[in-house]
Design a protein around this ligand. Structure first.
Ligand SMILES: *Cc1c(COP(=O)(O)O)cnc(C)c1O
Length: 455
């Protein structure tokens, strides 16, 4: 092969292709395709080119980078460009991409078969691992996504209490399940209005949406209250002192179940999640993301007497062809065994470093950016609509973030090789892959990007 041919990669000969930095999955033989070309090809067969809406860059403009591979803190697009990744699969990949503990667990598990439709030993061990770390989870049932976990929890709470009403909080996110895709009014608890086309009013007729950080009125018609114990889908908003305790007391008073949606916070904030950090015990907990080590998973954990209302012991139906999947539970087990309390101490230092480097870079560039941090979770708020550097305490306040400024900073960062989530309300994730060297590199790139976003 001549040098000329190598640089233009005329044919997809996998070996030469990879050596030249091409991606043999997408190479058409007409040279290395660009992000744009691959994405446009996707849009011809996948609606909007994506399988989760935010990935399409609608909130920030432009066309997405298409990821070919990842390694620790880094991802590489199909053009071979490297990014320091602060998305980390929205927190699922806490060990960093292609961590050896995960890849070897998958390599070990795959030859034994990938799904059976029968009980398997790894699901038992992952349930034990969760139950040992989170005392409120005396029993654990697996499913395939966080969305399945929250929809199962609603059915379980309704089935057990014989009540219909569900209380959620404005700006909390519980996945793509009809009853929880409800929008609220401003400032007060209201009956939910459909949060998207396709959700009929009757699907949210029993959903009440209350402002975050205020304990709503709860009566005997309420089956459960579902809350993100740390809100991590409207930036990062900490629970106000007394909020979670107040919910616990109010639920106890009327016999409603308290549900923590720990799909993000579970095994991200520490070995026992938000409930351990804030020392409030929910009746039920939803998990996802981290517990699958980057594979599809969800779980509901909770008190034995509550959980045993699920079939086959109780009357509330649950099933899943791939639930408790051997590959997902193998990866999840590998992740859990890496996540010792020492790791969280290190990650918390790293998250602190992240907030200070963002503050330094944006202050030096004269950009109004405030960071919020709860343990290892970091969020940013742009602009000073709330006055000074005050942080939002609920969704009405979080929505005052300067989305146009976020989009500008986002694209400057992307240009410098830093990948943030393409939406102003997502948390920023650092993990085991973000070593000291990566954080130093990130600081440099952030400074350059913040200056460019000002210009
Ligand atoms: C991501 C998320 C979900 C939904 O999980 P999926 O696996 O995407 O279905 C639910 N609740 C919270 C708090 C989340 O962050």
């Amino acid at each position: 092969m001549t040098t000329q041919q190598q640089s233009s990669i005329p044919y997809c000969d996998a070996t030469a292709c990879v050596a030249a930095g091409c991606n043999p999955i997408v190479c058409t033989g007409a040279g290395t395709p660009s992000n744009k070309q691959v994405f446009e090809r996707s849009t011809r067969v996948i609606p909007g080119g994506v399988n989760s809406s935010i990935r399409a860059f609608k909130a920030v403009g432009g066309s997405p980078y298409v990821v070919a591979r990842g390694d620790g803190a880094h991802v590489y697009d199909v053009e071979g460009k490297q990014y320091i990744d602060l998305v980390q699969s929205y927190g699922a990949v806490i060990l960093g991409h292609a961590h050896p503990a995960i890849t070897s667990a998958l390599r070990d598990a795959a030859p034994d078969g990938t799904s059976f439709g029968a009980p398997t030993p790894r699901e038992m061990k992952l349930a034990e691992a969760i139950s040992e770390r989170v005392p409120s989870c005396e029993r654990v049932r697996f499913m395939n996504s966080g969305t399945e976990a929250t929809s199962t929890v609603v059915r379980l709470a309704r089935g057990l209490t014989g009540r219909s009403k569900v209380i959620i909080f404005d700006g909390n996110f519980h996945g793509a399940t009809d009853a929880l895709l409800a929008a609220g009014g401003s400032g007060v608890a209201t009956l939910g209005i459909p949060g998207t086309a396709g959700v009929p009013p009757e699907a949210v007729a029993n959903t009440i949406v209350a402002p975050y950080n205020v304990v709503p009125e709860i009566d005997e018609t309420v089956a459960c209250v579902i809350v993100e114990a740390v809100a991590a889908n409207m930036g990062v908003v900490a629970p106000a002192p007394g909020f979670l305790e107040g919910l616990r007391a109010a639920c106890d008073r009327v016999g409603a179940l308290l549900v923590f949606d720990e799909v993000i916070t579970g095994f991200r904030l520490g070995t026992d999640g938000a409930q351990g950090r804030f020392n409030v015990k929910p009746d039920l907990t939803c998990f996802g993301k981290v517990i699958g080590g980057g594979l599809p998973i969800g779980a509901v954990g909770g008190r034995r007497d509550v959980m045993e209302n699920l079939t086959p012991l109780g009357k509330v139906f649950h099933a899943g062809t791939l639930a408790g999947n051997p590959m997902a539970t193998a990866a999840g087990l590998a992740a859990m065994s890496e996540l010792t309390s020492d790791v969280y101490i290190e990650l918390e230092l790293r998250a602190t470093r992240l907030t200070s480097l963002i503050t330094d870079a944006t202050t030096a560039a004269g950009l109004p950016v405030t960071t919020s941090r709860v343990g290892t979770l970091v969020g940013i708020y742009l602009g000073n609509a709330l006055g000074g550097s005050r942080l939002p305490i609920n969704f009405d306040e979080a929505k005052q973030t300067d989305e146009a400024l976020y989009a500008r900073l986002f694209h400057s960062l992307l240009n410098e090789g830093v990948a943030m989530a393409p939406g102003a309300y997502e948390a920023i994730f650092v993990g085991v892959g973000h070593t000291e060297a990566v954080m130093n590199d990130l600081a440099d790139r952030f400074h350059r990007a913040a200056r460019a976003a000002t210009a």
